[in-house]
Design a protein around this ligand. Structure first.
Ligand code: NAD
Ligand code: ZN
Length: 383
């Protein structure tokens, strides 16, 4: 390949200022260093976390930055000491490392690698530098180890999973973050069992993927809670059996409605919006004694305070779930197998598709609550 070992000039959608429309500009992508690979991105889907880091002005916000972290790409070239993948392999990059060597990666209990611990860092994880510069030679920052809104990007090999090239990229990219996060939150974090009752606050892609995970695990009652009434019809495609619009509950707290529907509280409740008020509501909606509240949504500003008296007397569990406890290199191929065997519904998550030039439209659609996932294609010929 002609580009190996050389910088590549290509197009990237750069976020220069918080909340301003992304500009497509020419950037320079350096060759991969030791344990890194350079990827040609095929497509990305837009996750709410991209929106969050596009909008916020305080650290860990940093500009200019290349966002995008739900993607599929092809390996263009390899840095030194990379044996796991080769040029031309189709891969899914992921925000969390799966080094497969550290105490955490070797344990079944965790996906929080301690060799390359997760940070909202603007740099490459191993040497703390950037692989992107703009036309003037100034540094552009990375986003959560992926930065896929660029025709080429550099990713650490601990953050890539090789996949079968027969899987449609617009479905595979969903497993790079959102669907793995939600599905894994039900399957691996909560460990939902057959016959369970589940309540999900927020039916975006993450909440719908929790529903899909709960359905596959055999939950029989799956209650979706969302302010957008359109989400119930969509939710049914992913196993949602009941719907609550908090605006229709009058003075009654949602937790009381859930307690009535489940004879005392749901077995598992998931916060998938990113509001601390809903963390309380999810905790309150769990059954005393064994209920588990799982925090998936990200609120960058607020704190949770629950009295120790309440914790002791309720016997409930409050836990967080990052990337659904998914270990990318083993669990993503398993989830793709479920998709290919038609056990896992990925198709209905993709509600919109746009060309790279129209990336700002994907932001509008997600903000307006019109899309579940909008796939952004780098090259129209792939569609
Ligand atoms: P989304 O915007 O597609 O969906 C959010 C949903 O919440 C929408 O359907 C909206 O109508 C609903 N909603 C908003 N306010 C509500 C309220 N007060 N009550 C009930 N419903 C309400 O977002 P998404 O892509 O599904 O992401 C959801 C959250 O998950 C975000 O906070 C995102 O940052 C977070 N996230 C976490 C991880 C993780 O690893 N833990 C990974 C990816 C995303
Ligand atoms: Zn590790």
């Amino acid at each position: 390949m002609g580009s190996e070992g050389k910088p590549i000039r290509c197009r990237a959608a750069v976020c220069r200022r918080a909340g301003e429309r992304l500009e497509i500009e020419e950037v320079v992508v350096s060759p991969p260093r030791s344990r890194e690979v350079r990827l040609k991105i095929i497509c990305s889907s837009l996750c709410h976390s991209d929106l969050t880091f596009w909008k916020i002005t305080d650290p860990p916000a940093i500009f200019p930055r290349i966002l995008g972290h739900e993607a599929v790409g092809v390996v263009e070239s390899l840095g030194e000491d990379v044996n796991e993948v080769k040029e031309g392999d189709m891969v899914i990059p992921s925000l969390l490392s799966d080094c497969q060597e550290c105490k955490d990666c070797l344990s079944e209990k965790s996906n929080l690698c301690s060799k390359l611990p997760f940070k909202i860092s603007p740099w490459m994880p191993r040497d703390g530098t950037s692989r992107f510069t703009d036309a003037k030679g100034e540094t552009i920052h990375h986003f959560v180890n992926v930065s896929s809104f660029s025709e080429y990007t550099v990713v650490d090999v601990a953050h890539v999973t090789k996949i079968d090239s027969s899987v449609p990229p617009s479905k595979a990219c969903l497993l790079s973050c959102g669907v793995s996060t939600g599905f894994g939150a039900a399957w691996k974090s909560a460990k939902v069992e057959k016959g369970s009752s589940v309540a999900i606050f927020g039916l975006g892609a993450i909440g719908l993927a929790v529903a899909e995970g709960a359905r596959v695990c055999g939950a029989t009652k799956i209650i979706g809670v969302d302010l957008n009434p359109d989400k119930f019809e969509i939710g049914k495609k992913f196993g949602v059996t009941d719907f609550i619009n908090p605006e229709d509950c009058g003075d009654k707290p949602v937790s009381e409605v859930i307690a009535e529907m489940t004879d005392g509280g749901a077995d598992y409740c998931f916060e998938c919006v990113g509001l601390v008020s809903l963390v309380y509501e999810a905790y309150a909606s769990c059954r005393k004694g064994w209920g588990k509240a799982i925090v998936v949504g990200v609120d960058t500003k607020s704190y949770v305070s629950i009295s120790s008296y309440d914790i002791v007397h309720s016997g409930k569990v409050l836990m967080g779930s990052l990337f659904g406890n998914i270990k990318a290199k083993t669990d993503i191929p398993y989830l793709l197998k479920l998709y290919m065997e038609k056990e896992l519904n990925l198709d209905d998550f993709v509600t919109h598709e746009v060309a790279f030039e129209d990336i700002n439209k994907a932001f509008d659609l997600l903000q307006e609550g019109k899309s579940i996932r909008c796939v952004i294609w780098m090259d129209k010929a792939h569609r």
